[in-house]
Write a protein that binds this ligand. Sequence first.
Ligand code: BES
Ligand code: MN
Ligand code: MN
Length: 457
Amino acid sequence: MSDPQSYIDKNIKKFENELFELLRIPSVSTDSKRKDDVKKAADFLINQLESIGLDKVTLHETPGHPIITAEICPHDDKPTVLIYGHYDVQPSDPDHLWKTLPFEPTVKDGRVYARGASDDKGQSFTHIKSVEAYLKTGTEIPVNVKFILEGEEEIGSPNLIPFIKNNKDLLSCNMVLISDTAMFGEDQPSITYGLRGLAYMEIHVTGPNRDLHSGVYGGAVENPANVLCEIIAKLKDDDGVVQISGFYDDVESMTPEMREAYKQLPFDEEEFKSDLELKAVHGEKGYSSLERASARPTLDVNGLWSGYQGEGAKTVLPAKAGAKVSMRLVPDQDPNKIAQLFADHVKSLAPDTVTIEVESHHGGHPVVIDLNYYGLKAAAKAFEEIYDKEVLFSREGGSIPIVADFKKVLGVNSILMGFGLTKDALHSPNESFSLKDFHRGIKTSAKFFELLPDFVE
Ligand code: BES
Ligand code: MN
Ligand code: MN
């Protein structure tokens, strides 16, 4: 019998192969044609959790994709860590930009390329393997561990929110542990203590009853594409300030201490620019790039359509135009309130020559976690022991909607122990995950379980 850390070192190839098996399953939650594949990924995980010896391994059917729970709770007097992860992935689209097949994991230069490699199959799998390292070596796990894995994170977790409300006892815990964020840079362990919220909207502009000849009718009929562009152009001013009335009412302003903490982070703007081949950075006047991307709210067009998109020219005055717009939110903005303000504002900008409909998609609340929380300190120590480097604390711009609900419904903090990197290309073609971080992630998770009891306050 070896100890958990050496079990991890010895079995890393086996763990990688198991991860690759999971990555081969195209569990795209937004695509109804992939429903069976999402279920296949859930079954794979059920099988994993059972075979490592967890108790109460359960697949809970929902109106959407299944939720998985399992636990190993041998202690009355030790903290309980609820591990959250998601096994659904974003679509691989646009497929032609992938250099290797999105659902055929390919290893190159120490990284595995596949959709979901980092977000979130590779990252969440680290915790399953670290628990395995305890159970398979007969080492008593130092804390109680529960799992909750969902298949709907990428579509806004619609069924998880009611599930946690209805299963408070099953999920009762002292903290949630999540690996679904990025580290500040390569070999730079980081704990994320803030995530933005989200309000996702769709605008439809309808003009004439059919597409028209742009010569015969152009000039005498309102063009929905022009109207849509005018509306969108008015949503922000030249300083990047959102013009929706009330948008900033609940925004917590940055204190000088917060701004100083941001300045201390080793962010290299030149590298940021060259990585994205940007001519210049851009954003709200008066804020740094890091602040703009995590501590300030945004409004961005995510999709835009109207008129002729094919090759060459077609003289057409389109009957319809549409856009998808996302707003990233910061404390204490409320996604429902912001969605309403957006809808009212867009409608107020509409000329009476067209019909405008505004629809609200999923949303999520922003979160900031208290840096003094003992769980964060234990996580930082675990990271430091495995990565041999001091941890940075930073806020991130992405969203994990359920984190706010864990706080509201279960009353617990989440520890965002990300093992990803921004260069993992989440949601983009050629997503990848460093196998070294997969390995160190498993070890950090196991170390965290070991150290946590000493940090309880
Ligand atoms: N793992 C990401 C969120 C993330 C990425 C947080 C990087 C911090 C750093 C998550 O899977 C995600 O993509 N969330 C969506 C939420 C949405 C679909 C409700 C997002 O942020 O767009
Ligand atoms: Mn994710
Ligand atoms: Mn994602």
